[in-house]
Design a protein around this ligand. Structure first.
Ligand SMILES: C[S@@+](CC[C@H](N)C(=O)[O-])C[C@H]1O[C@@H](n2cnc3c(N)ncnc32)[C@H](O)[C@@H]1O
Length: 256
């Protein structure tokens, strides 16, 4: 049976910011509160999804592939990504920043449960145990033992909807977006320097279809998300943690 690291009640607690309940999350994603609750139950009752992730983690730990800084987590941090994709029902999803693949796994489980959609992920892995220093001078210790271990926790049977590219988001992201033409959801979780965050938002935004969503981690690290929201005027939503460490922005259905 699916087990949460947090009690399910934590879900509502983590809806900090403007929206704090399944009904409010539903409003943002234009679904009813009961649809949100149903998707949430789907995850809780999932065919051992969380156990499979835990098994993968244990295997990777035994083989030494899962270090002390794997990046990402399998908990309510990623569960809300699952819910968002269930509610947004996207066909094309683009993600930057994979690490061991926790967020990718939850995004892919949602696409699987929707029976639709492809996830395109980009990651520039480092094998340096010290990680790397980003453009703001902040050290990120996330690393993999070998580049091909990027996304290692993603269960095998979820990989048919996944296209993973290894390399820097600049230039891989604009190249991918050009090829795709339009995306339903873009999720930033790569280099969290101000410069890279705002660059990725600016590159992705025109390719997000009207009514689609920009999702982003680490919005409290710098002013990139706030400035971007102010410049494009979309409707923001913040979740995870007291100050809302993750953000979403709806591209207005009719706006240019
Ligand atoms: C926080 S981790 C991603 C965690 C993952 N999204 C999750 O929740 O499980 C950040 C990742 O971004 C990658 N990264 C850093 N700089 C990058 C760049 N310029 N382009 C693409 N990926 C980058 C790192 O290799 C690292 O795996």
């Amino acid at each position: 049976m699916y087990q949460l690291r947090h009690h399910p009640g934590e879900f509502a607690r983590e809806m900090w910011g403007a929206y704090r309940s399944p009904a409010a999350l539903g409003r943002f994603f234009q679904r009813t509160g009961s649809e949100v609750t149903q998707c949430w139950r789907d995850l809780l009752e999932k065919d051992r999804f969380y156990e499979r992730i835990q098994q993968k983690e244990a295997e990777l730990q035994r083989s030494g592939a899962l270090g002390s800084s794997p990046g990402g987590r399998a908990d309510s941090y990623s569960e809300i990504l699952y819910l968002i994709l269930r509610l947004a029902r996207p066909t094309v999803v683009v993600e930057t920043g994979v690490a061991m693949g926790y967020s990718s796994a939850y995004l892919l489980q949602a696409l699987h449960d929707n029976a639709d959609g492809t996830l395109y992920s980009i990651d520039l892995p480092t094998t340096d145990p010290e990680g790397r220093i980003d453009g703001d001078g902040v050290r990120d210790r996330t690393h993999v033992r070998a580049p091909q271990e990027t996304g290692a926790v993603v269960p095998d049977d979820l990989r048919d909807r996944w296209k993973l590219s290894l390399g820097p988001s600049n230039p891989l992201l604009p190249e991918l977006l050009e090829k795709l033409g339009s995306v339903d959801v873009f999720f930033h979780d790569s280099d969290h320097s101000y410069q890279n965050m705002i660059w990725e938002y600016r590159v992705a935004w025109p390719k997000i279809r009207p009514g689609g969503y920009l999702l982003t981690d680490d919005i409290t690290r710098n002013q990139a998300f706030e400035e971007f929201v102010a410049s494009v005027g979309g409707r923001p939503y913040r979740w995870f943690g007291r100050n809302g460490r993750r953000g979403a922005l709806l591209r207005p259905p009719t706006a240019g």
